[in-house]
Ligand binder design. Structure first.
Ligand code: FES
Ligand SMILES: [Fe+2]
Length: 350
């Protein structure tokens, strides 16, 4: 798998991690157990007991520690065994890997690189349920496909015209015109005006044509943060196609945060939230939006999983990029560069 390790991967929604209920997830092929203590702290370890490889996620929380419930080895949050029932001596090798884990923007984030190098400043600025301005709904989908294919999908919205003709109903604009694309330090930014459309079916409040703005950042390791809104007809031209102010939106201001987490070689979990700004919608609108999102993301899943099956059956799969692939190419180039830097660092250290 070709993914950046020195990055924060979404492991779960905050609300899905119950107190003292160990939670298991595989990220980049590594089995991880995450737990929330009664005191409220979070810990993450390799989900594999050093004794006989039972999953620690079947274990029992004891204060800040986690006990393997097969033969009772007790682990501290650093992954060291601190108790072996019936044995005085604890070998120095009695430890499992420990991961840095942080809760922010309603997500549980795990740093897949060296825990000592974990930098919370690199957590993408998603919008969570604690944000005062947005009314959000959320969901997740498991994919039988490589995470990179989902990233590629989110980096090329020309598919909206075809894949989402029945759900979002976005029209031809996405396939016919290119967004403005800007390289960021850890991602790619997409900006576009859609002039004179009637807008996305999920957030449409009137059939009046208007100018719609849409802008998103796609950030390492695979996090999409997007806002869009409607403006009076003619705004795009008046602003010379530059970014408008959110305060000037007349309708449909909304935000979505999405994260793609590579689990195994060909499995991934896709997390998403979406909803209107409080000035532009309410719980009812959020529920409508989530219904349309559910339909749309199921459309992506059908296409991407089918694409994965064809790739798997192809002897040496080659792609032929089009002009819409620019964002895909830039992002994958950035991943390649960061992975090379990490590998070079690892070689130097060795
Ligand atoms: S496998 Fe964990 S204590 Fe034996
Ligand atoms: Fe899509």
């Amino acid at each position: 798998m070709n993914y950046v390790r020195n990055a924060w991967y979404v492991a779960s929604w905050s609300q899905d991690l119950d107190t003292e209920k160990p939670f298991a997830i595989t990220i980049l092929g590594e089995r991880i157990v995450i737990w929330r203590t009664a005191e409220g702290s979070l810990h993450a370890l390799e989900d594999r007991c050093v004794h006989r490889l039972a999953p620690l996620s079947l274990g029992r929380c004891e204060g800040e520690r986690l006990r393997c419930m097969y033969h009772g080895l007790l682990f501290n949050p650093d992954g060291e065994v601190v108790e072996i029932p019936g044995q005085e001596l604890i070998p120095a090798t009695a430890r499992v890997k420990h991961y840095a884990v942080v809760e922010r923007h309603s997500w549980i984030w795990v740093w897949m690189g060296d825990a000592r190098a974990a930098d919370p400043a690199l957590i993408p600025p998603a919008v969570g349920f604690d944000h005062p301005d947005y009314v959000l709904g959320c969901g997740q989908l498991d994919y039988a496909a490589e995470a990179r294919l989902i990233n590629d999908n989110l980096l090329d919205f020309s598919h909206l015209t075809y894949v989402h003709a029945n759900s979002f109903g976005t029209g031809n604009d996405f396939a016919e015109r290119q967004p403005k694309i800007t390289m960021l330090a850890r991602g790619v930014r997409f900006e576009r005006w859609i002039r004179g459309g009637i807008g996305n079916a999920a957030i449409r409040v009137s059939e009046e044509p208007m100018d719609r703005w849409q802008s998103y950042d796609f950030l390492i390791p695979g996090v999409l943060l997007m806002w869009s809104a409607g403006y009076p007809l003619g705004t795009a031209e008046a602003l010379d196609y530059q970014q408008p102010r959110q305060e000037d939106a007349i309708t449909g201001l909304n935000f979505t945060s999405q994260a793609v987490t590579p689990m195994g070689e060909k499995t991934a979990r896709y997390f998403f939230s979406w909803g209107p700004h409080r000035r532009h919608g309410d719980e009812q609108m959020r529920d409508n939006m989530m219904k349309v999102a559910g339909q749309a993301f199921a459309e992506d899943k059908v296409m991407i999983e089918a694409q994965q099956r064809v790739i798997d059956e192809t002897a040496s799969p080659q792609i032929m990029p089009t002009s819409h692939d620019r964002g895909v190419t830039l992002f994958n180039g950035l991943v390649r560069k960061l992975v090379q830097t990490e590998n070079a660092g690892a070689r130097d250290a060795a």
